[in-house]
Structure formats: structure tokens, C-alpha cells
Design a binder for this molecule. Sequence first.
Ligand SMILES: Cc1cc2nc3c(=O)[nH]c(=O)nc-3n(C[C@H](O)[C@H](O)[C@H](O)COP(=O)(O)O)c2cc1C
Length: 326
Amino acid sequence: MVKIGNIELPDFPLLLAPMEDVSDPPFRRLCNEYGADLMYSEFISSEGLIRDAIKSKAKLDIFDYERPIGIQIFGGDEEAMAMSTEIVAAVKPNLVDINFGCPVKKVVQKGAGAGVLKDIDLMVRLTEACVKSTGLPVTVKTRLGWDESSKNIEEVAERLQDVGIKALSIHGRTRSQMYKGEADWRLIAAVKNNPRIHIPIFGNGDIDSPEKAVEYKNRYGVDGIMIGRAAIGSPWIFKEIKHFIKTGERIAEPDMKERVNAVRKHITWSCEWKGEVVGVLEMRRHYANYFKGIENFKPYRKLLVSLMNREEIYETLDQILEEYPQ
Ligand SMILES: Cc1cc2nc3c(=O)[nH]c(=O)nc-3n(C[C@H](O)[C@H](O)[C@H](O)COP(=O)(O)O)c2cc1C
């Protein structure tokens, strides 16, 4: 068992990474059905939350079926982070996660996200401010460091643990790398192997198959792994990895019925949560992923992204099922 404060997770938990515009409640519900053990909201701006921004508030929507669930916040100001931790705690997530890893310019320029990687003292103060303002477990997600010459994650891990975080997720890249190159898990393993570290350490970066999950589990000894991009359009990756860990065998690739079922659920829940129009429009970015690798699928994909009406989408999904033999 892995414990984050009072939250009990199974051995070697699989986490769904926080992803802006992706890890919303409909998508999380799917990942939860496929066995994700812990999930996070999209990141929420602390300043936005305090200003009562509608988009930020919508990200506070969590549901009992998806527990344990963490809400992730970011910001560069201690007072704003403390206040937004209180706002987040009021909706009763299982934990509050702080993002110190977002490499996007508009976030970094405000001294938030990965911007904080340049100032560890500030990072520690921001974290402490959050920890002190809630009784919920506070966790952190970050990167190896700002750039190649400042990979300070080992020091960061100790200092954040000292101010009370209950778990740390590490993306094996620096801010400068953005998403380029290959994630380097060696420093993640160094943090995990530090005898002073007693909180769970979750590895993140480039896990995209059951084989790689097991290889990295064995090679780097982390307490669990966090999966981002590989879950987009493939929420079944959690089930695939769990099965592989348990049996050493792969389950069959999802057939068309499984893909269509996942899309049907995703769009249904999206429309329920976001309303019909937004639900249909935002679903468009997902079709290519759900049907990746299917031969001659382009005409259907083009059709799916042109439809405005949910019923027509359901009909098209039925046609797809008829056309592609199982
Ligand atoms: C579309 C997208 C949105 C993301 N949004 C967030 C976010 O809101 N908060 C965060 O901590 N990381 C965010 N990330 C980073 C991921 O959580 C993760 O660290 C990164 O994708 C590496 O993991 P992967 O190789 O499994 O995708 C995002 C990544 C992507 C691709």
C-alpha cells in the first residue's frame, strides 16, 4: 500500500496526470473506470480562483465516483496560494496539489509553474503557505529543474518534504526541455533512493506502454507512475498496465466496440457536464486519438468533427461499428 497522508492507494498506483483541457470530469470518469488510482484536476490559477473566474471555478467540480481526487493549483504569490488552497479545500478534494512544473510562457512569466524552479526559497515558502492553510494532504508536481545546469530536484524534494508535503510527482525533464527529448528518470530514482525521503515519489514522463511502465518500475524503483499524454484517447492504458504488472501478459488491443463505447461515454458525459454545444465541440479534439491506427478512418474522423448534433454523432458511431468487423 502507498499512503499520501491519510489516503490509501494500492501498491504501485497509476496516476492520471493533470492536463489542461483534457483531465476534466468526463475524461477522469473514463480513466477511473479503466483503473486510474489517483487523478488530478486541470491546473487552476490561484489568482483566477480568487478573482472568481468562472473557468477556474468550473475546474473545482469533483464527483464522489472519482475519488481519490486532487485539485491542482498554481501561482507565484504566497498569500494568493494560501487563500486559493482554502477555496479548494472547501469543495473537499482528497488532496491539494501544487504545480511547479508548467513550462508555458504566460505562466512562467508570472513567476508561477516552472518559473518557481529558479527560486527554491520561494518554492518552499509557497508550499509552506499552502500546507499551513489546510488540513488536507498537500502534494507537489514539478520537473527536474529549470535547465540542464540547474537540476535541483534532490534538494527541492528534501526541502518540500521538510515543510510538510505528503507526496511528490516528478516529470523527468527540465523547464528548458519543455516536452522535447526523452524524459530522464535517473534523478527521479536518486530522489526515491535518498534515505531521508519518506514520502511517496511518483515518476512521470513518456510512459506509453505496459512494457515501459514495468521496465521503469523495476529500473527506477518509484512508488508509482503518473501518465499523461498516453492516456489521451487511450484511457484503457491503466487497465493494460495493471494487467501486465499482474500477469506479465498484454491484453488484446481495444477493438472497435471498445473504442466506440469509450467515445460514446466520453461525449455523453461531456455534454452532461459542459452542455450540448461545448460538449460536442470540445469532443472534436479527441476523435483522432481514440481511433489512432485504424485504417481508412479519415472520412469518419472528418465527419465526426463536422457534426454539431449529439444524436448524429451517436448514429455515426453506430455506422462505424457496423462497418468495422470485430
Ligand atoms: C495537454 C497537456 C496539458 C497539461 N496540463 C498540465 C497541468 O494542467 N498541470 C500539470 O502539472 N501538468 C500538465 N501537463 C503535463 C503533464 O501532467 C505531464 O507532466 C507531461 O505530459 C509528461 O507526462 P507524459 O509523458 O505521461 O505525458 C500537461 C500536459 C499536456 C500534454
